[in-house]
Ligand binder design. Structure first.
Ligand SMILES: Cc1cc2nc3c(=O)[nH]c(=O)nc-3n(C[C@H](O)[C@H](O)[C@H](O)COP(=O)(O)OP(=O)(O)OC[C@H]3O[C@@H](n4cnc5c(N)ncnc54)[C@H](O)[C@@H]3O)c2cc1C
Length: 139
């Protein structure tokens, strides 16, 4: 019997805690490293609304910020989270970039990360969320 963790999770927000939850349910020994305190970041501030926002949908047509916000919104890379293996770091996975829908997406996102750690594949296709999509390819 050893006290060595099977998996180290960095960050005790909803993503880190959710990942730790799913993995420990599957019998893995988890060590969560947090620089400050549990849910001290965005997770501790969230209103926990379970709806997808941030796509301009909740802004009214007459809101003077609508066009401005929509223009800016399209500048956010592809606006999709990063879920999967970190390129060049074997055994390291990331689940981040959920914008304002992190609470809504936390259960499935963290479940998918747990799947990757346990089985090396996820039951839900993650190709579009692969962190490697931002890795520069050969030019
Ligand atoms: C005001 C506000 C309201 C929101 N309302 C909603 C809502 O209603 N519905 C919704 O779905 N989403 C909402 N969100 C978004 C949601 O809260 C976030 O998407 C989600 O909490 C992100 O979770 P996270 O675990 O990725 O990040 P965080 O909760 O920020 O956790 C990251 C953790 O990692 C730690 N950390 C960072 N670097 C290191 C390191 N090097 N070593 C150790 N620890 C480290 C930090 O200290 C922090 O605790 C809201 C966000 C805000 C700010």
């Amino acid at each position: 019997m050893t006290n060595q963790p099977d998996v180290i999770v960095v960050g005790a927000g909803v993503m880190g805690c959710g990942t730790a939850y799913w993995l420990s349910k599957a019998g893995y020994k988890i060590l969560v490293l947090e620089q400050e305190a549990i849910a001290c970041g965005a997770s501790g501030m969230a209103a926990a609304m379970l709806e997808a926002v941030g796509h301009g949908a909740q802004l009214s047509t007459h809101d003077p910020l609508t066009a401005f916000a929509r223009a800016g919104f399209h500048l956010h890379a592809d606006r999709l989270p990063l879920i999967g293996a970190v390129p060049g770091w074997p055994g390291v996975y990331m689940v981040a970039g959920h914008f304002r829908s992190g609470m809504l997406l936390s259960t499935i996102s963290t479940r998918c990360i747990a799947d990757l750690v346990i089985d090396g594949k996820s039951s839900v296709p993650l190709d579009v969320f692969d962190p490697a999509r931002f890795t520069p390819g050969p030019s």
